[in-house]
Design a protein around this ligand. Sequence first.
Ligand code: D5M
Ligand code: FE
Ligand code: ZN
Length: 563
Amino acid sequence: MPQEAPARVVRELASRGYNAEREAVTLLAGADDSMAAIETVVESLSPDTLKVTREDVEAGLERSGSKRGTAHDGGDGGDGADGDGGDVAGGVDAGIAGDGVGAASQGGTGTSSTDTPQQDPSVSTGEDTTNRSRDGSSPRDVDDVPVETKGEGSFERTVDEALRAIDVAGDVTGHSTGTGAYDDFVSVFRDRYDRLGSKLRGRVNHRPTDSIEDMVGGSDVGLVGMVNDLRSTKNGHWIVELEDTNGVFPCLITKGRDLADLVDELLFDEVIAIEGTLSDDGEIVFVDELYFPDVPRTYEPSTADRHVQAALISDVHVGSQEFMADAWHRFADWLHTEEAEHVEYLLIAGDMVEGVGVYPNQDEELDVIDLYEQYERFSEYLKEVPGDMEIVMIPGNHDAVRLAEPQPGFDEELRDIMTAHDAKIVGNPSTVTVEGVSILMYHGVSLDEVIAEFPEGKASYDDPHKAMYHLLKKRHVAPQYGGHTRVAPENQDYLVIDDVPDVFHTGHVHKLGFGKYHNVLAINSGCWQAQTDFQKSVNIDPDVGYAPIVDLDTLDVTARKFV
Ligand code: D5M
Ligand code: FE
Ligand code: ZN
C-alpha cells in the first residue's frame, strides 16, 4: 500500500477543517493507510481542536492499533510538508480539498542540449499514467491513483536555506512615475534609444540623421535608429525610416537580397543599426548591413555552485472553470517527493488567476466570480507546495494590476491574501538572480504580436521559445508601441533587456517550449488551464500541466508533465 504525499494529507485534514503541525502530517503520511489513519485521528480529536498535533496523531493511532510507516520517521530534520513556522497551513476550502486526487508525479525527461531548439513536449515527457478527467469530474477515489513514491511516501525534504541566494533587479514596483503625459513618452523612448543605441554604436560609425543630407552622394553612412516606419515601394523594395534624437532618415532595403529576409523581423519602435551608401541625391541610404542589439554568440551564462533546481511555471488561471486542479495537486505532491528534493525555487510568470472582465464573455467561464476570492484560492493552492520553497511571482494580463507594461507587483491588499511562503512579489518584467543565475521573468503579451507579425518559420505558437529569441535579439521584451501590448511610459524603459540574462522565462501563450539562443536558455512555460472556448475558436491548443524544471548548475531542462 503506497504511502501518501504530505500535501494530500494536508488537504484531507483541511477539508475537515483542521490545520496540522508538520510532524503530525509526516506521521499521517507515513501511516500504512493514511486515509484510514486520518479518519481515526479525526474521530478521536476533542471538539475544540483546531490544529492537529503530533500528540493527537500518536494518541489516535495508538488507540486504533494502526502502525506508523517504516519508511521514514518524521523527526525534526528538515522542513516538512509545509514550512511556515513548522505548522501546516490549513483552511483549504472544500472546493479545493474535496477534489480527491492522489499524488502522481509523472513523466520522463527531456534535457535540453546547447543550441538545439526544443521541443515537442509530447515527445519529451512521459506518458499520462493516470488518464483522469479534468477538475470537477474526477471521482473522489484515491486508491486507483498511482503514487510515485519510490517506497518513501513520507520522504521529508532536507534543504539548507542558508545556501540560497535570491536578488531582484529591474522591477518597476514602487518606482512608477508615469503620468501618461506626452513628456513621459519622449523620455521613455529616449531612454530606450540611448541604452539600446549604446550597444550598437561600436558596430557602426553613427551619423546623426540631420547631418546625413549634407554628406556627399555615395558616402558610407552608419546610422543607429529606432524603427519609425516601414513600408514597401511599388517595386517591392522596403523603406525603413530610422529615427534618432535629431530626426528621421529613410533607408532602402532592396528586394531579393539576404537582408530583405530580415525585414520580416522588424517591429516598430525597436532600435537597430544599419550601414550603407548614400544615394547620389542624398535623399536615401541604400542598406548593406543591418544589426540588432542582440546577444553575443559567445555569451557564457553563469551557473549555480551546487545542484539546485527551479520550477518555472505560469498561467495558473485559478478561478477559471478550466483551471486544472488535479494537475496542480499532482505537481504540488510531486514537489514533496525525493525526486523533487532539489527543486528549491518556484518562479511563476504571471496569470495567477483568471481575473474578471479580461476578455469579452469571460464571465461565462468563471468558476470563481470574485476577484479577491480567486486570489484566496490561488493562495491555498500555493500552500500545497513545500513550505521551504522560495517563490517569486510577477503579474500577467489576467492579474489585478494595471495592464500596461511594465506592470508593478501586486498591491498590499493582494499581498495580504498571498502570504503563503512569504513569496517575492515583483513586477513584470523583473530580473531575478537565483544563486548566480539571472532569470529574466516576463509574462509574454508581446509574444502574441511577434507570432502574429512574423512568418510561421520564425515564430509560431508551436515554438514559443523561437518568438522569445527575437525579443532577446532586440534586447527588448515588448518593442512595439500601440499594438497588442500596452506600454506605460515611465522615466526609463523597464522593458529594455540591459544585461543578457542566463535564462529568459515567459508564459502567456499557454504553450511549452524551450531552447537556447546564443547560450541563453529561453523557456515558455505552459499553463494550468484547459482549452477555453475562445482558444478553441482560434485553434489554440494549450500545453496544460507541465512544469519545466531547470538545473541551475547546468541549465539543463526537464519538462515534467502532471496531467
Ligand atoms: O492568453 C492565452 C493565449 O490566448 C494568448 O496567446 C492570448 C490568447 N487569447 C486568449 N483569449 C483571448 C481573447 N479573448 N482575445 C485574444 N487573444 C486571446 P491569456 O492571457 O492567458 O488569456
Ligand atoms: Fe495566461
Ligand atoms: Zn496571459
